[in-house]
Design a protein around this ligand. Sequence first.
Ligand code: HEC
Length: 203
Amino acid sequence: MKRLLLLLFIPVVITSCQCSEQPSESITPESSFTEQDAMTEGAKISGQSQSVLAGVLQQKIQESGFEHAVNFCNVNARALADSLSLEYNATVRRTSFRVRNSENTPDSLDRVMLAKFEYAFENDEKPVQSVIQDEQGNYRYYNPILIAPVCLNCHGMPGEELSADLHALILEKYPEDDAVEYELGDLRGAWVVEFAIAVNDIQ
Ligand code: HEC
């Protein structure tokens, strides 16, 4: 009888141990951050950054033309200070195989994802947003960037959509510029949202 009671008792102990080892207070918001969250939040953050950027570009072009707007096709602080990015300790940036600003040069993981997007693009498939983990276990969200009509003014064929004057101005600022000769609909690069949450640390 004693033994039976003991046997009956064991599962209770095991279950209660599991519970008490992980009290709900010890689960930080980050620990429940899943790959799906990275996808959802990454899409929101990159989408918002894209809108901010497009809005600023449009405004500067209207105010004083493409020459002036050239200084504004970068991910500015306003997008970064966005509350979503802060909440998830996220950073947002853009990258490409052909960069204008060398600070946007892809790292090895970026290259893997850009190659994946390029492969899809070249096979007439739509490159789609993806999430992967870096070596530290942090999630990274990638969203492809395609060339729209307005982009050609600064990233199109020099001497054609991209005027010779504007091209000269761009080269003054970015002597190593490799981000020209794009055509409408081309794959330009990717938005990258990095979540500084080492999921491997959370067990
Ligand atoms: C007024 C000129 C102008 C327009 C219009 C413009 N860009 Fe840019 N673009 C630039 C400049 C200048 C940079 C370098 C920004 C920096 O220093 O980070 C840049 C950088 C980029 C980058 C980062 C990678 C790199 O090459 O350094 C991407 C991606 C990009 N542009 C995509 C686009 C897309 C997509 C559009 C259209 C929606 C667009 N741009 C419209 C001037 C422009």
